[in-house]
Design a protein around this ligand. Structure first.
Ligand code: ZN
Length: 203
């Protein structure tokens, strides 16, 4: 499986990092070794002293697709959860300033914890899904899918022009504003609506 991620998909988040608002989805990939499931802890890697949380809605692809038309995109995912796109912000800044790919800053081991998946059918329409992240019991990020610059269907269609989507692939759909650092001992809890789908302890 592969983990496909969208950058700068919420205007306020692009602004908080002083990035321009993109005219096409900004796509990057994490290797499968980044995936963390079953609420296993996140370990701060030794090469960064500024790891940020980015809470995101994550969709799971349920059938193979290539060159998917936007109007059929909803048929290619049927489950959704919240995940954290952990980012080594210091390393990312260094890579960006040298015009280099972000891969190491985004794709390191354990950088993609995902929560328990729930059927899309059990949720609000896909443009009205509310989600949030709490750090040590305090809300630090919240968003609603309708605020995305590029909708889930648009992303699925766009990505499938380049990569064949396969059953089990995950798409991280971008983070709303409020990203910030984590430290050892923090507890992160991510919710869709009022349902807690992910707990991640930082070690
Ligand atoms: Zn992200």
């Amino acid at each position: 499986m592969k983990i496909i991620c969208v950058g700068r998909n919420y205007i306020q988040h692009a602004a908080e990092l002083n990035n321009p608002v993109p005219s096409e989805p900004v796509i990057f990939i994490k290797p499968d070794s980044a995936l963390v499931t079953n609420e296993k802890p996140f370990f701060i890697p030794p090469f960064s002293s500024d790891i940020h949380h980015e809470v995101e809605l994550v969709v799971k692809i349920c059938k193979v697709g290539k060159n998917i038309a936007p109007r059929f995109a909803h048929r290619y995912y049927d489950e959704i959860t919240v995940g954290i796109d952990f980012t080594a912000r210091d390393l990312q800044a260094k890579l960006k300033s040298n015009g280099l790919p972000w891969t190491l800053a985004k794709g390191f081991d354990g950088s993609a914890p995902v929560g328990r998946f729930v059927p899309c059918a059990s949720l609000s329409p896909t443009n009205q899904i509310r989600f949030r992240l709490e750090k040590n019991g305090e809300v630090v990020q919240s968003g609603v899918s309708g605020e995305m610059l590029f909708s889930i269907d648009t992303i699925v269609a766009f990505v499938s022009k380049y990569f064949t989507l396969k059953t089990g692939d995950l798409i991280f759909t971008g983070t709303p504003a409020g990203v910030g650092p984590v430290k050892e001992g923090d507890t992160l809890c991510a919710f869709i609506g009022d349902e807690r789908l992910l707990t991640c302890n930082v070690r």
